[in-house]
Design a protein around this ligand. Structure first.
Ligand code: F6P
Length: 328
């Protein structure tokens, strides 16, 4: 341990994700382990601008490892996008003698952290927390595994009613820019088709495929749709189009929405968050800054924030293949 860091702060920013609390707990307890003082910043960068900063000792994070959401709350801050806003934020860090920052969030949060570090020289380490899993430099973001299980659980229930009524269900899942949730839950919940932003399937191919499956004897089906799917229609228009062109199917739509962001984190997410929090605190003391902690092949790794922000978290083509073959 080389850098002289005495006081660190942690914040959660952007969309919340199950496991963020486990990460906050880990940062607070790891800091305590290394005799550092830890502060929690409320409501992300906006709270930093407003000086909403409180001490986060090991006893302040009792009984949160199993809780969804974030005890520090989250917000998207327009003010932090301005130089004046960031200057106010830096002043507040100085008031508490905070000399390093742990940012738990997605690429937007990392972009803010990187600019802040470049402007004021404050060391920043990122921990990827988003259910979308759309961050380069980690095979898993905190919250992704929990969201997958939430979706599979919901779709299992939808399947019961789909079968009872011989219906075709379009299930929209989160993923503004990425199809990881749709693709993985599509396989896990046995979907007929998976529509993701990374692959433009086209309406005609979708229609043909559904016709084929109907012919093959399927009486009901599930189509998983990532909200960012680029097929050109929203999920309701999509359902209408299919119903108009495949009248033998009764079609329904279910938008799972924000329930995917809530709930108790899975064991995987709790362990991941605990590991990442500890590593973040250790790396700050090693003098590392401007990096994100990630996981690859089961091991903690570091990726420069710049790469994590700009890089693409690619869809696994093997999974696409599995999903295509399993629908037969
Ligand atoms: O957490 C990421 C995400 O779930 C996206 O998939 C989605 O588009 C977005 O958040 C919606 O978030 P909000 O309603 O908070 O703007």
């Amino acid at each position: 341990m080389s850098a002289t860091i005495s006081n660190i702060a942690v914040l959660t920013s952007g969309g919340d994700a199950p496991g963020m609390n486990a990460a906050i707990r880990s940062v607070a307890r790891s800091a305590s382990f290394y005799n550092l003082k830890c502060f929690g910043i409320l409501r992300g960068y906006q709270g930093l601008i407003e000086g909403k900063i409180k001490v986060l000792g090991p006893r302040n994070v009792n009984n949160i490892i199993n809780k969804g959401g974030t005890i520090l709350k989250s917000a998207r801050s327009d003010e932090f996008r301005t130089k004046e806003g960031r200057a106010k934020a830096y002043e507040n860090l100085q008031k508490h003698n905070i000399d390093a920052l742990v940012v738990i969030g997605g690429d937007g949060s990392f972009t803010g952290g990187l600019i802040f570090q470049q402007e004021f020289g404050i060391p920043v380490i990122g921990i990827p927390g988003t259910i979308d899993n759309d961050i380069f430099g980690t095979s898993h973001t905190i919250g992704y595994d929990t969201a997958l299980n939430t979706v599979v659980d919901a779709v299992d229930k939808i399947r019961d009613t789909a079968i009872s009524h011989n219906r075709l269900f379009f299930v929209e899942v989160m993923g503004r820019d990425a199809g990881h949730i749709a693709l993985n839950t599509g396989i896990g919940a046995g979907a007929e088709e998976v529509l993701i932003p990374e692959e433009n399937m086209g309406l005609d191919r979708l229609l043909e495929s559904l016709k084929r499956s109907k012919k093959s004897g399927k009486l009901s089906s599930i189509v998983m749709v990532a909200e960012g799917d680029k097929i050109g229609k929203n999920v309701f228009e999509l359902a209408e189009y299919i119903e108009d062109n495949l009248p033998s199917y009764e079609v329904r739509v279910s938008v799972l929405g924000h329930m995917q962001r809530g709930g108790a984190p899975t064991c995987f997410d709790r362990v991941l968050a605990s590991r990442m929090g500890l590593r973040a605190v250790e790396e700050l003391q090693n003098g590392v800054s401007g990096h994100m902690i990630g996981i690859a092949d089961g091991k903690m790794i570091l990726t420069p924030l710049e790469k994590a922000i700009k890089g693409e978290s690619k869809i696994d083509s093997e999974l696409v293949r599995v999903s295509e073959i399993m629908r037969l």
